[in-house]
Design a protein around this ligand. Structure first.
Ligand code: UGA
Length: 441
């Protein structure tokens, strides 16, 4: 099928590559000429396992085309995805200017029936706004062309995006058009095996499903972090509690890992956006406000431990930091807990000596050159002469380190672990002062 994807960000690029891989004919349009040029040379703007070979091979076979030519893009696709960003505006609401600009562009260039699919995470009611924008634009240029708008939210996780897209656990289609539903079922049929994963519903419910899913997951995390904080005060161990409650299938083991807070481009933005959307319809989303507040505080947790350990004085101290990205297997630093920690440490006069397997360039891009940030080439060199080690991201390479080496390199055997990677008892046996999250200090 002929598909066009507007917006070559995370969601757009992965979606496009995966659709091309199963044989669809995909054109990707972006306003960023440099990004398009780079992609044509096989330079992928993001780190995502499995994505580079997928993009390269489909680009070489001609099934995946990158361009800035919006008119060509609209002409090409019978199915047109909108996968542009919806960044938060000043009050945390999702900013729809890019989505609506694409809707306008589509209307300007379309000459036959199009199915316009919202892939971006957008507030409830956005499909109606897209419909109105397309209709108004068509009317203003006196064109009469039919079209459908579908809400088809994406549920991929960074670091597992290709697999999630290839093997989705659900395909949500919000549509009032039988024809559009059939076309999308056909498009997704290569991914819809074993049992029917397509769930159809009205457009507004599909839009809300996306927010509800992310907000539910964020709620699980903040809830667990709250219980972890209580465990600490009660002298209990959150890891036992996690095991104990996860065994109830109604609760489940997933997304109940306590830590130094959730980050990324989705949870913080989506929780905030739903709170704002709720306010606009006169409702106070109390659970979500608490989810956000708990997470905000949780991101300061490691800093608080460090300050209390050093009697509120870290001036001139060197802090080794393992893990900068907001989670493993990505170079994404958006809303990462490591950023809150580093910025607080710098304000308090400390030096950060950091290592991350993928996010070093991104850290350099964000913070530039500064004396109080030393980006180190290996996890071992990050320890050189440091006063303690802090772990912010649970990369596999941090899970079984050489503890004797850590001890020999640090000024004192001291670890602050924001992801509960080690057993406190063993750490004590190794001779470490070990701080983790919710483990009965
Ligand atoms: C999230 C959702 O999981 C995807 O389903 C969704 O499609 C995506 O947002 C999106 O809207 O695009 P993602 O942001 O890539 O995916 O990352 P997650 O794996 O969900 O992790 C988010 C954050 O929660 C990370 O900082 C992670 O460290 C933290 N987390 C996760 C915890 O602190 N504890 C947990 O138990 C799980």
């Amino acid at each position: 099928m002929k598909v066009t994807v507007f917006g070559i960000g995370y969601v757009g690029l992965v979606q496009a590559a995966v659709l091309a891989e199963v044989g669809h004919d995909v054109v990707c349009i972006d306003v960023d000429q440099a990004k398009v040029d780079n992609l044509k040379q096989g330079k992928i703007p993001i780190y995502e396992p499995g994505l580079t070979p997928l993009v390269t091979s489909n680009f070489e076979s001609g099934r995946l085309v990158f361009s800035t030519d919006a008119a060509q893009g609209v002409k090409h696709g019978e199915l047109i995805f909108i996968a542009v960003g919806t960044p938060p505006d000043e009050d945390g609401s999702a900013d729809l200017k890019y989505v609506l600009a694409v809707a306008e562009t589509i209307a300007q260039h379309m000459d036959n029936h199009k199915i316009i699919i919202n892939k971006s995470t957008v507030p409830v009611g956005t499909a109606d706004k897209v419909k109105a924008k397309v209709s108004d634009t068509l009317a203003s240029i006196k064109k009469e062309v039919s079209f459908d708008v579908v809400s088809n939210p994406e549920f991929l996780k960074e670091g597992a995006a290709v697999t999630d897209c290839m093997r989705p656990d659900r395909i949500i289609l919000g549509t009032d058009s039988k024809k559009a539903e059939e076309k999308l079922r056909e498009l997704y049929s290569p991914f819809n095996r074993n049992h029917d994963k397509v769930i159809t519903m009205d457009i507004r419910s599909a839009e809300l499903t996306k927010y509800a899913a992310n907000c539910m997951l964020a709620t699980k995390i903040s809830f667990m972090n709250e219980i972890a904080n209580l465990a600490e005060l009660f002298g209990a161990d959150i890891e036992h509690v996690r095991h104990g409650i996860g065994s109830d299938p109604r609760i489940g083991y997933q997304f109940i890992y306590p830590g130094c807070g959730y980050g990324g481009s989705c949870f913080p933005k989506d929780v905030q956006a739903l709170i704002r959307s709720a306010t606009k319809v006169g409702y106070t989303a109390q659970v979500l406000e608490s989810v956000e507040a708990v997470n905000y505080k949780q991101k300061e947790k490691l800093f608080e431990y460090i300050m209390s350990h050093f009697d509120n004085d870290v001036k001139g101290k060197t802090i080794a930091l393992w893990g900068l990205s907001f989670k493993p297997n990505t170079d994404d630093m958006r809303e990462a807990s490591s950023r809150v920690l580093m910025e607080k440490l710098w304000d308090a006069g400390a030096i950060v000596q950091a290592y991350d397997p993928e996010a070093m360039e991104e850290t350099q891009r964000i913070y530039g050159d500064k004396d109080e940030l030393r980006l180190m080439g290996t996890k071992e060199s990050a320890l050189n002469g440091a006063d303690c080690l802090v772990i912010c991201t649970e990369w596999q390479v941090f899970r079984a380190p050489d503890f004797e080496l850590i001890k020999s390199k640090l000024a004192q055997p001291l670890i602050f672990d924001g992801r509960n990677l080690f057993e406190p008892k063993r750490m004590a046996e190794y001779g470490f002062d070990y701080y983790a999250i919710g483990r009965g200090l």
